[in-house]
Design a protein around this ligand. Sequence first.
Ligand code: NI
Length: 172
Amino acid sequence: MAVRRVLKMGDPVLYRVADPVGEFNTRELDALIGDMFDTMAALNGAGLAAPQIGVSRRVVIFGVEANPRYPDVEPVPTTVLINPVIEILSPEMDDGWEGCLSVPGMRGLVRRATRLRYSGFDQKGEPIERVATQFHARVVQHECDHLDGILYPMRLKDMRLFGYEDALFPEM
Ligand code: NI
């Protein structure tokens, strides 16, 4: 497997609606997912969508381990989610800071639903269905947006709450 180059905002591949995966347990799909995990780990990401490495397919991965340095960040199970479907379960929304490996060095405040159900398939083609809240729900929405050609800056309500990490959070 390999660490792949991550496309940056402005690349037209990031704005495409990605195609569903039709066949599981192929060399091609398993290699794609392996490369996605290697790339996410190398860049310390919380999630990655296949279009970000130039493959316009409906595949996302995500996962956040518990980290004592960031006690506020709830862990998210390491997940491969293919052909995902999201159902919003509550009208409640929440603002949170997001970053993206395709928008390096920047953060923006994005409003997202706080409770949803997601379903789809894992790497082997087995069905997945989970209810997620808060940060887990945010990560799923962010990654699935990539499959519809949406980057988080396209969801910003206030451009003043979008900027460079070191300017927004000088204490970090
Ligand atoms: Ni992203």
